[in-house]
Design a protein. Structure first.
Length: 65
């Protein structure tokens, strides 16, 4: 599975980082880093990644299965 980010919609709230810190980080300027961009998310992080998608308040994360 993969997660696509709508970079224009992301507002850097950091809830995705709280839910899946191995998948996402948000720096002090609110800039998101997606550690598995354009690659499959490892199985051990998939549940957390799904949770991150569900908590994004601006729907900037999209699950691709």
């Amino acid at each position: 599975m993969r997660i696509d980010v709508d970079w224009g919609a992301c507002e850097g709230h950091g809830l995705c980082e709280d839910a899946a810190p191995a998948v996402f980080t948000v720096d002090d300027d609110g800039e998101l880093t997606h550690h598995f961009e354009d690659t499959d998310i490892p199985a051990e992080h998939q549940d957390a990644a799904r949770a991150a998608v569900s908590v994004c308040p601006v729907i900037a994360l999209h699950l691709q299965t």
